[in-house]
Design a protein around this ligand. Structure first.
Ligand SMILES: *[C@@H]1O[C@H](CO)[C@@H](O)[C@H](O)[C@H]1NC(C)=O
Ligand SMILES: *[C@@H]1O[C@H](CO)[C@@H](O)[C@H](O)[C@H]1NC(C)=O
Ligand SMILES: *[C@@H]1O[C@H](CO)[C@@H](O)[C@H](O)[C@H]1NC(C)=O
Ligand SMILES: *[C@@H]1O[C@H](CO)[C@@H](O)[C@H](O)[C@H]1NC(C)=O
Ligand SMILES: *[C@@H]1O[C@H](CO)[C@@H](O)[C@H](O)[C@H]1NC(C)=O
Length: 344
C-alpha cells in the first residue's frame, strides 16, 4: 500500500477545527461507532457534549489547517490547493480561517493561488507557519515514532509532517481547541470527526507473527456475529486509518496520560508486545493505541473515511478482503487512498 501512495496527498493535510461539526457528531445516531457497543459510545458522547457545548457558546475560530510544502509551480498540488480552499469556502456556513504550514517557495505559490481566489468582495483570512519551526516543535515525537512506524529512514514517511497530527497541539495557537485532520485525497470535506477503521487487512498482515501465537481479535475484521468475550474489541479490530483524524487539542495539552503514551518506552513496549513493525506512520501508532488504550480514541463509523484502496485484495488476501472492505454506513467522506480514482 505504501508503495503506491504518493507524496502528493501526504504533503497536503488539512486540519479543520469545526466545532459545529463535532457537535453534530455527538448528536447524530449514525456516527456511533460500529466497532464498539452503542452504550459505551453514548456515554463518551455525553461526556464530549458538555465540553463541546461550552466551546460552542464561545466560538472564536473556525480553523482550517493545510500543509503545503515541497510544491512547484508545475505540480497539480497547487491547483488542488486552490480548489480545496474554494470548495471549503463554498460549503462552509461559517467564516473560515486558514492556517497554512509552508516552506519558503511553497508560500509564494500559495499566495498566488490565494490571489486567484479573491475576486469580487471575497476575503480570506489566513496565516502561514514555517515548516522548519513547526517540525522543531515536534522533533522529539517524530524521533520516537520514526523507527517503529516508518518504512525506511529518510523516506517521505519518516518526514516530520507524517506525524503532525500527534504534535499539532503544540503548533496550533492556544485558542484553538479542536481539530479535524484530512488527507488531501479526500472528497466531500463536509462532516468529519475522529478516527475511522482501516478497511484493508494490512494490520492482520503486520500482526501475523503475533496472531500465530495468540488468540486475539487484534487485526480481525469486524464481525457482528462474533461471540461476546472479555476481549477489548470482541467483534474484531481492523485498526485505524488516519485519512480523517479528529483532534482534541485542548485535552491533549491538558492530559497527563498523553505525554506518557508518546514516549519511546510506551511505543517500544507496544511494538514489542505485538511484534509490530509498521510502515504507515501515525496510523500504525493510533492502531496500537486503539488496542492498548481504547479510551483515548473515539471510533467513527467507516462512512466518515470510506477508503477505496484495494491493493491488498490482489496481494494475498483475496478471500477475506471484502470482509475488511465492506462499509454499511452512509459515505460522508470518500478517501481515494493508494491513488484510487474517486468515482464521479
Ligand atoms: C509561479 O508562477 C507565478 C506566475 O504564474 C510566478 O509569479 C512565480 O514567480 C512562480 N513561482 C515559482 C517558484 O516559480
Ligand atoms: C458581496 O457581493 C455579493 C454579490 O456579489 C453580495 O450579495 C454580498 O452582500 C456582498 N458582501 C459584502 C460583505 O459586501
Ligand atoms: C479464543 O478466545 C475466544 C474468546 O475468549 C474463545 O471463545 C475461543 O474458543 C478461543 N479460541 C481458541 C482457538 O482458543
Ligand atoms: C484536565 O485534566 C484533569 C485531570 O488530569 C481533568 O480532571 C480535567 O477534566 C481536564 N480538563 C479538560 C478540559 O480536559
Ligand atoms: C527506545 O528504547 C529502546 C529499548 O529500550 C532502545 O533500544 C532505543 O534505543 C530507544 N530509542 C530512542 C530513540 O531512545
Amino acid at each position: 500500500m505504501w508503495k503506491i501512495r504518493t507524496n502528493t496527498f501526504l504533503n497536503f493535510l488539512i486540519v479543520i477545527a469545526l466545532v459545529i461539526l463535532f457537535y453534530y457528531a455527538c448528536f447524530t445516531g449514525d456516527s456511533i461507532n460500529p466497532q464498539r457497543s452503542i452504550r459505551r459510545s453514548l456515554r463518551k458522547d455525553i461526556r464530549n457534549l458538555k465540553y463541546v457545548t461550552s466551546a460552542l457558546s464561545n466560538p472564536k475560530d473556525y480553523n482550517v489547517w493545510l500543509i503545503f510544502t515541497k510544491v512547484t509551480n508545475v505540480s497539480t498540488l497547487s491547483y488542488k490547493f486552490r480548489d480545496l480552499i474554494h470548495n471549503l469556502l463554498t460549503v462552509s456556513s461559517v467564516p473560515l480561517k486558514f492556517n497554512i504550514i509552508v516552506d519558503r517557495v511553497s508560500q509564494g505559490i500559495a499566495e498566488n493561488q490565494i490571489a486567484d481566489l479573491l475576486y469580487g468582495n471575497r476575503t480570506l483570512v489566513y496565516s502561514f507557519y514555517d515548516i522548519d519551526e513547526s517540525a522543531r516543535k515536534i522533533q522529539d515525537i517524530v524521533e520516537v515514532m520514526t523507527p517503529y512506524f516508518s518504512s525506511k529512514p529518510g523516506t517521505y514517511y519518516s518526514d516530520a509532517l507524517f506525524y503532525i497530527s500527534l504534535g499539532l497541539f503544540r503548533i496550533a495557537p492556544q485558542s484553538q481547541q479542536h481539530a479535524v485532520l484530512l488527507d488531501c485525497d479526500l472528497f466531500k470535506p463536509t462532516a468529519l470527526f475522529g478516527l475511522a477503521p482501516e478497511l484493508t487487512p494490512v494490520y492482520r498482515h503486520i500482526l501475523h507473527m503475533y496472531k500465530a501465537k495468540h488468540n486475539t481479535t487484534f487485526g480481525d475484521y469486524y464481525n457482528t456475529d462474533a461471540p461476546t468475550s472479555n476481549s477489548i474489541h470482541p467483534k474484531g479490530f481492523q485498526g485505524y486509518n488516519s485519512g480523517v483524524v479528529l483532534i482534541n487539542l485542548k485535552a491533549q495539552r491538558n492530559s497527563t496520560e498523553f505525554p506518557m503514551i508518546i514516549t519511546n518506552e510506551t511505543v517500544y513496549r507496544m511494538t514489542s508486545k505485538y511484534r509490530f513493525r509498521g510502515h504507515l506512520g501515525d496510523q500504525d501508532f493510533y492502531t496500537l493505541v486503539g488496542y492498548e488504550y481504547p479510551h483515548l480514541i473515539q471510533t467513527l463509523n467507516c462512512g466518515f473515511n470510506r477508503q477505496l484502496c484495494t491493493w491488498w485484495r490482489d496481494h494475498g488476501y483475496i478471500k477475506i478482503f471484502d470482509k475488511y472492505f465492506k462499509c454499511q454506513h452512509e459515505t460522508v467522506v470518500l478517501h481515494g487512498n493508494c491513488n484510487t480514482k474517486i468515482p464521479k
